[in-house]
Design a binder for this molecule. Structure first.
Ligand SMILES: [Zn+2]
Length: 499
């Protein structure tokens, strides 16, 4: 059995074979930090987290990059309306975004590059496009990409370009398929931009949105990488334009698999402030729901289907989680190794070695338990079929409860059932204590810091400690090494966008 995923590029479900197995390089289009992200935005981030966790569950090692768009039309307008500097304006929403990621137990990416910290990389990429004849300057000093020069233009969105007007241009970052035209790589400064501008070989201005993702993805993941995700809204023009810029510049295939998450609607209608059905994660928390309940609701519908968010459905999801919790409690009470299991959840320790441990435990499962785990895995292997995966989990809960009722489950089996639930939760991330487990990348940083301390390289140790803190964790020294704990103060994330 192997993992199969639906590739937007081929419009087919394909076997997932990374370019350099078992390494997987994943790029996720991140937020534009001009406001609090909505549950619609977070549906896409929960989807990419399910993908990331499934890849790890299936034995791959993931390097993920998520960009932060901190300069564009919307952030500039917002900063001007608030009468603050662009960086001060975006920082508050960047911090809020990271806080929401933690609320939803979304595993941190390895890199969170901010657009404003990568302007030289974008300029360098535009210069290559000039040298290769794909870029040109317009009368106002802006730089455009000539889509007529790139013969594959339209391959992702499956565009029919027969009626295209040669040389037509579009200055906005977002536009419709009918308006396919040469798009802006660099926008010449206009008075509306205020003090937001950078010097470039083409005069002062700012980058277009699309070039940001091409420059930053290739900087951190290389010219060709495995997976690129986003919402269906990103297919055109954003991802189409990313392909054009990147492949024109490098002459190599940019991304092997493209995955896109469908929309979220609320009570069957598009979210809008005027309809009163517009929600951020914070809005839902204020109604008394927890992060894991929101996470479950955003995850429980297949990512390629529209998700209709309703509070009735959310209440039903809370019920499902309560059944899962009740089953865990029963197993804990029945199992004679209580302390060992709960200790495993709250202690530090490498996530990867935990996965290895779990793997060897999983091979010795009783047949009935192994069958549910296999069904869960098979469902995920089928393009992340979460509905079937959850059905397998709740069938397991049902049978486990039945065996407990009948006195047909030994304490040793209860321990195995708890291990199985923990293994499954590595993918789902909905157990109450889940946000207490540090991600592998953080543990690695903490280990590197310990080594730096041992060789008395205090500056390096200090740098690594700050890096861990920037990801929302704190290191506590202990006689046998260290502990990594979640930092409950969200302000520690202020520096994270400078990846
Ligand atoms: Zn992007």
């Amino acid at each position: 059995m192997s993992l199969r995923i639906y590739n937007t590029l081929s419009r087919q479900t394909e076997e997932f074979v990374p370019l350099q197995t078992p390494q997987v390089r994943l790029y996720t289009c991140g937020p534009t930090v001009y406001d609090f992200a909505t549950i619609g935005n977070f549906r896409a981030y929960v989807f990419e987290d399910l993908l990331r966790r499934t890849l790890r569950f299936r034995g791959f090692q993931v390097t993920q990059v998520m960009n932060l768009t901190d300069v564009d039309d919307k952030t500039i307008r917002g900063a001007q309306a608030a009468k603050v500097a662009l960086g001060d304006y975006t920082r508050q929403y960047t911090n809020a975004f990271f806080e929401d990621l933690r609320t939803l137990a979304i595993e941190p990416a390895e890199h969170y590059p901010a657009a404003t910290a990568h302007i030289p990389e974008m300029i360098a990429l535009i210069e290559i496009l000039f040298q290769k004849g794909y870029a040109y300057r317009s009368e106002d000093g802006s730089v455009y990409f000539s889509i007529a020069k790139f013969k594959d233009y339209g391959k992702l969105a499956h565009l029919d370009l027969t009626g295209l007007k040669p040389g037509a241009r579009i200055a906005q970052d977002e536009y419709q398929k009918e308006n396919a035209a040469d798009f802006a790589l660099w926008k010449a400064w206009q008075s509306e931009d205020g003090d937001v501008a950078w010097d470039s070989p083409w005069g002062r201005g700012r980058p277009g949105w699309h070039i940001e993702c091409s420059a930053m993805s290739m900087k951190y993941l290389g010219a060709s990488f495995d997976l690129h995700t986003g919402g269906v809204d990103n297919i055109f023009p954003h991802h189409e334009d990313e392909i054009a810029q990147s492949e024109a510049a490098t002459g190599r295939p940019f991304v092997k698999y493209w995955m896109h998450c469908a929309h979220l609607v609320v009570d069957g209608r598009k979210m809008s402030k005027s309809l009163g059905n517009f929600f951020t994660v914070r809005d839902i928390l204020r109604r008394g729901y927890s992060g894991r309940e929101i996470r479950y609701a955003l995850m429980a519908v297949h990512y390629r289907q529209a998700l209709n968010f309703t509070f009735e459905a959310l209440d039903a999801d809370c019920g499902a989680l309560a059944r899962l919790d009740a089953f865990s409690e029963r197993l804990l009470a029945h199992n004679d190794q209580k302390s060992a299991v709960s200790g495993q959840r709250s202690e530090d320790g490498g996530q990867q070695s935990k996965i290895e441990n779990q793997k060897s435990k999983m091979s010795a499962l009783p047949a009935w338990m192994g069958a549910y785990l296999a069904a869960f895995t098979r469902a995920l292997d089928d393009d992340l079929n979460i509905s079937l995966a959850l059905a397998a989990l709740f069938d397991f809960v049902h049978e486990g409860n039945k065996r407990l009722d009948e006195g047909a489950l030994s304490p040793a089996e209860a321990a195995q059932a708890l291990d199985t639930l923990a293994h499954i939760d590595g993918v789902l991330g909905v157990r109450p204590g889940d946000t207490l487990i540090p991600p592998a990348a953080v543990v690695q940083l903490a280990q590197a810091r310990l080594q730096a301390r041992q060789r008395k390289d205090w500056a390096e140790a200090d740098r690594l400690r700050r890096e861990v803190e920037a990801q929302g964790w704190i290191i506590q020294d202990a006689p046998d090494g260290f502990r990594v704990k979640r930092n409950s103060d969200p302000r520690v994330n202020a520096q994270i966008g400078n990846g």
